[in-house]
Design a protein around this ligand. Structure first.
Ligand SMILES: [Ca+2]
Ligand SMILES: [Ca+2]
Length: 67
């Protein structure tokens, strides 16, 4: 996934457009992608990428997650 694709996906998940993905947006995003497995587990795994522990994923953290 290149930078532009990452940005597009980020913007898609960031439904309120504040430049950060919160846990609700993340859960909705996984649902929209038709995530397999346990949704809560997927969200928990994703939030492990929250390096500065502010409870939301910024673009850098999101990029790290999908790398
Ligand atoms: Ca957001
Ligand atoms: Ca963060």
């Amino acid at each position: 996934m290149n930078e532009a694709e990452l940005r597009a996906l980020f913007d898609e998940i960031d439904t309120d457009g504040d430049g950060r993905i919160n846990i609700v947006e993340l859960a909705e995003g996984f649902k929209a992608e038709g995530a397999h497995g346990h949704l809560a587990e997927e969200v928990k795994k994703a939030m492990a990428a929250d390096a500065n522990r502010d409870g939301v994923l910024d673009f850098d953290e999101f990029r790290t997650l999908l790398k």
